[in-house]
Ligand binder design. Structure first.
Ligand code: FES
Ligand code: FES
Length: 179
């Protein structure tokens, strides 16, 4: 067993883990954070994507011991005190999901994409999310949602880490996006 210290969604944990334990299993089975799903056994689908020290990673391809000393954000830590992250709202309002299985990973990967490219084109969104598979939506509304959330973040109606700016409504109107 190896001792690790991690901060997950703002909470500090210390645990003894087997060196072979995958981060996704640590999050789900040890910490009970089942908002991060497992969608494949080949590291292909991206459903398990989380933020590890500022970069999105597939948590099924990272060992828990590799996260020692790191800060992790999962989909469950994304909402702020004022409500959902703009990406969460945009996916909801623009129907960027059907079964929702891919959605946690899509949103975490999209957050990383918007940090490096705050104003992506539809093609850039598709390219940025090519490591995340959706079996339901056909992707069109996912692309619309990411672009709409990017616009909201750029125009200052939400903070980069999610919460709507003071005075804005969590259910506010969305910019129209042509894809
Ligand atoms: S569960 Fe991690 S990529 Fe599919
Ligand atoms: S909404 Fe079902 S896999 Fe994407």
């Amino acid at each position: 067993m190896t001792r690790i210290s991690v901060t997950v969604d703002g909470v500090e944990y210390e645990d003894d883990v087997e060196p072979r334990l995958l981060l996704v299993h640590y999050l789900r089975d040890r910490l009970g954070l089942t908002g991060t799903p497992i969608g494949c056994d080949t590291s292909n689908c991206g459903a398990c994507t989380v933020d590890l020290d500022g970069a999105s990673v597939k948590s099924c391809s990272v060992l828990a011991v590799q996260a020692d000393g790191c800060a992790i954000t999962t989909i469950q830590g994304l909402a702020g005190p004022d409500g959902w992250h703009p990406l969460q709202r945009a996916f909801h309002e623009l129907h960027g999901l059907q079964c929702g299985y891919c959605t946690p990973g899509m949103i975490m990967a999209s957050r990383d994409l918007l940090r490096s490219n705050p104003d992506p084109t539809p093609d850039e969104v598709r390219h940025g999310l090519e490591g995340n598979l959706c079996r339901c939506t056909g992707y069109q509304n996912i692309v619309r949602a990411v672009i709409a959330a990017g616009a909201e973040l750029r125009t200052g109606t939400a903070s980069p880490d999610g919460a709507a700016a003071e005075g804005t409504s969590a259910g506010g109107s969305r910019p129209e996006v042509a894809v």
